[in-house]
Design a protein around this ligand. Structure first.
Ligand code: SF4
Ligand code: SF4
Length: 245
């Protein structure tokens, strides 16, 4: 039997893997769910399902706070009996074109480190080899870069890196757990996009938040811009004048 392990890979390294309805384990990974959702995952899913972010969160997710950090963590709500994903069917994923980044990137894992001096990002990849997944026995091969392109991961990585930057700044400049007000703001700006839009409409944008050439009107009219602004807003709110790389 194969051992579960992680094999470090570079962007140009090739790995053997394919996933399709013919593999004997088809849908196995969509059961026994432990699926974290990022802000961009939630935006894509709630838009595809034509739900408000509040309705999506209450219908399809569970929330908890990181015990050490006080950061809100949102996960897909599995079936109470067997923890199966709410979007899996016998024919596969019903939200395939909008599936979360962790579903897209599997069997790879991606981590990013940021230079404190230059702010430059360095990506690190690894191939996860797990007993339950038989995709690595298929004959197809591809490079890591080809997999990222093929799985449509670029916009997900872009937003996930913004989230990781906030978490890394929090660890550096705000090591105590977030207080209740900070938790609410973090959840609002990053996970509840429609609630954040209402907040901006009602309260405006505080002086000093970097706008990158946008106006309140252009932000409110575009979900992707508003989500990107939510990351800037939460950085400014939590870290104030701390220099951002
Ligand atoms: S969102 Fe789709 S791919 Fe991801 S766990 Fe659910 S059914 Fe599987
Ligand atoms: S090959 Fe791996 S990723 Fe594909 S369905 Fe099977 S367990 Fe899931």
């Amino acid at each position: 039997m194969m051992e579960n392990d992680m094999l470090p890979l570079a962007r140009d390294d090739r790995f053997q893997f394919a996933c399709n309805p013919a593999v004997p384990c088809f849908n196995a990974c969509c059961r026994d769910l432990n699926q974290f959702l990022t802000p961009y995952d939630i935006y894509r899913l709630k838009s595809h399902l034509a739900l408000s972010s509040q309705d999506f969160l209450s219908r399809y997710t569970v929330e908890h706070l990181g015990p050490q950090t006080g950061l809100p963590v949102i996960s897909l709500k599995g079936d109470p009996e067997d923890l199966q994903c709410p979007f899996v069917s016998t024919t596969g994923c019903q939200v395939y074109a909008h599936r979360p980044s962790s579903c897209r990137i599997y069997p790879l894992a991606r981590a990013v480190t940021r230079s404190r001096e230059t702010g430059a990002l360095t990506e690190h990849f690894a191939l996860m080899r797990e007993d339950h997944c038989l995709g690595c026995r298929e004959t197809r091969t591809q490079t890591v870069a080809e997999w990222i392109e093929d799985q449509g991961l670029e916009p997900y990585n872009h937003f996930n890196d913004m989230l990781m930057e906030i978490i890394s700044l929090k660890n550096q400049y705000h090591p105590a757990p977030l207080d209740l007000r900070e938790q609410r703001m973090f959840r609002l700006a990053l996970y509840d996009l429609d609630g954040f839009r209402e907040h901006v409409k009602a309260h405006g944008i505080p002086d000093g938040v970097p706008m990158s050439g946008e106006t309140p009107e252009t932000l409110l009219a575009d979900d992707v811009k508003l989500l990107a602004f939510g990351h800037v807003w939460i950085k400014w709110t939590l870290f104030g004048e701390v220099p951002i790389p």
